[in-house]
Write a protein that binds this ligand. Structure first.
Ligand code: HEC
Length: 108
C-alpha cells in the first residue's frame, strides 16, 4: 500500500520545525512552548509548517506579521475566533497565545 505513509503523515503536513538553539546553546523555552501549542491546536488547519490547508490560511514566512504588524490584534483573533476560525480564549492562556504567535513569526 504505497498510499499508507502519505496518509499517516496527513494531508500535505509533515512535522512542524523544531526551535533552534539560541546563543546560550538551548532553545528559547517560550518558542518551544509555542511550538507545542501550534502542533496540538493550530497545525491541523494551518499546516505543520504554517503554509495553510484548505481549512485555514497560511501564516508562515512573514505573512502573519504582514497582516498584523501589531501582534496583539492577531492575539485577539486567536482568542475570540473569526468566521471558521475557532476562538481559543477558553482553552489557552494569554501567555500560550503569545508563545504560539512568537513561534509562528520567529520560526515558521
Ligand atoms: C478549525 C480550523 C482552525 C484551527 C484549529 C485554527 N485556525 Fe486559525 N484560522 C482558521 C481560518 C478558517 C481562518 C480564516 C478566518 C477568516 O476568514 O476570517 C483562520 C485565521 C487565523 C488568523 C488570522 C489570519 C489573517 O490573515 O487574518 C490567525 C492569526 C490564526 N488563524 C491563528 C491560529 C492559531 C494561532 C491557531 C492555534 C491556536 C489556529 N489559528 C487554529 C482556521 C483554524
Amino acid at each position: 500500500m504505497a498510499l499508507s505513509s502519505a496518509v499517516a503523515a496527513g494531508c500535505g503536513s509533515g512535522t512542524s520545525p523544531e526551535v533552534e538553539a539560541g546563543p546560550d546553546g538551548t532553545p528559547d523555552p517560550v518558542l518551544v512552548a509555542g511550538r507545542g501549542v501550534f502542533v496540538d491546536r493550530c497545525s491541523s488547519c494551518h499546516g505543520a509548517d504554517g503554509g495553510g490547508t484548505r481549512n485555514g490560511p497560511s501564516l508562515n514566512r512573514g505573512r502573519l506579521l504582514q497582516a498584523y504588524p501589531d501582534l496583539s490584534e492577531a492575539a485577539a483573533v486567536v482568542s475570540d475566533g473569526r468566521d471558521r476560525m475557532p476562538g481559543f480564549g477558553g482553552l489557552l492562556t494569554a501567555g500560550e497565545i503569545d508563545a504560539v504567535l512568537r513561534y509562528i513569526t520567529e520560526v515558521l
